[in-house]
Design a protein around this ligand. Structure first.
Ligand SMILES: [Zn+2]
Length: 53
């Protein structure tokens, strides 16, 4: 079983450039209907977060 640490997908805030592993505790998670869960940047509070590998 090979673990590829580099293949962890990361999320990037498109507003301030904050980068952290997707789904990690570094990100805030908020409930924002109609979306179930939205990832929010802890730095600038933007929800304009995109995934990057
Ligand atoms: Zn940000």
């Amino acid at each position: 079983m090979a673990t590829t640490a580099d293949s962890q997908s990361k999320s990037v805030c498109r507003r301030c450039g904050f980068t952290a592993v997707s789904g990690s505790d570094d990100w805030n998670r908020i409930s924002a209907p109609p979306f179930r869960r939205v990832t929010q940047c802890p730095e600038c509070r933007s929800t304009d977060v995109t995934n990057r590998q």
